[in-house]
Design a protein around this ligand. Structure first.
Ligand SMILES: Cc1cc2nc3c(=O)[nH]c(=O)nc-3n(C[C@H](O)[C@H](O)[C@H](O)COP(=O)(O)OP(=O)(O)OC[C@H]3O[C@@H](n4cnc5c(N)ncnc54)[C@H](O)[C@@H]3O)c2cc1C
Length: 204
């Protein structure tokens, strides 16, 4: 079946902008509920058929079900991002990684490191807005091919660094959390640029 003549080789998908995902709440940046002056609620953006429609009954319904008054001005403003821990230094390991990866495949940007240090549990989403997340990766890498991943694993072994794979970052099992007392250099390996389907065999 390996050489099936019907095999389809889809083209590589066009790169998608990273800024689609909201950093401090679950979902897209352009989509959220807003409360209008008349007390109605409206979903922003254009991704869903509900977007743009006024929902006058939503707030009264929430108030009734929860038995508490819900007011538009009664908010707890978020403080995202709360203090982000400094990255550990590991210059020899970084120099080695610069031989494997292009500069745009390595990031020590504090917000990028923070985003790779948590999933989407309620506790984590609360912590990044009102508390502190604790230990986060020291570096984020974005491999684009298998050879880079193999070279990264080999370098991490030699320089005693930890690797944590990262997919969409939506885990609700704290699977992306770094151990609080981890003294080794932690690298988050963001797999999102390896998003190509190599082939599909429609018969199978
Ligand atoms: C609102 C909401 C609704 C959800 N609903 C569902 C649901 O209906 N059903 C469901 O199953 N889950 C659900 N989830 C949970 C979550 O979306 C799933 O667990 C999802 O599969 C995690 O995938 P991810 O790519 O985001 O993994 P991540 O969160 O990035 O990683 C999760 C774990 O997998 C590891 N990992 C990631 N990529 C790789 C890789 N390439 N190789 C090896 N290890 C890797 C990470 O190191 C980490 O330990 C929901 C989450 C949210 C926030």
């Amino acid at each position: 079946m390996e050489n099936s003549p019907t095999r389809i080789f889809p083209p590589a998908p066009a790169p998608k902008p990273d800024e689609e995902e909201s950093l401090d709440v679950w979902g897209f940046r352009d989509t959220h509920f807003e409360i209008l002056n008349n007390g109605s609620v409206r979903l922003t953006g254009s991704r869903y058929s509900l977007c743009g429609q006024e929902l006058p009954s939503l707030l009264p319904w929430v108030s009734e079900v929860m038995k508490v008054p819900v007011r538009a001005d009664d908010v707890h403003p978020p403080a995202y991002p709360t203090p982000i821990p400094e990255a550990l230094a590991h210059p020899q390991f970084l120099a080695e990684l610069r031989k494997i990866f292009a500069e745009d495949q390595l990031s020590q940007d504090p917000k990028v490191r923070l985003r790779h240090g948590h999933g989407h549990t309620q506790e984590e989403m609360f912590a990044i807005k009102y508390g502190k997340i604790g230990r986060i990766p020291d570096l984020v890498v974005f491999p684009t091919e298998e050879g880079q991943v193999a070279a990264l694993v080999e370098a991490a072994l030699r320089y005693e660094a930890c690797l944590i794979p990262f997919g969409g970052g939506t885990s609700v099992t704290e699977a992306l959390r770094c151990p609080e007392n981890e003294a080794r250099f932690i690298v988050s390996v963001d797999m999102r640029r390896m998003n190509r389907i190599l082939w599909i065999d429609p018969v199978n």
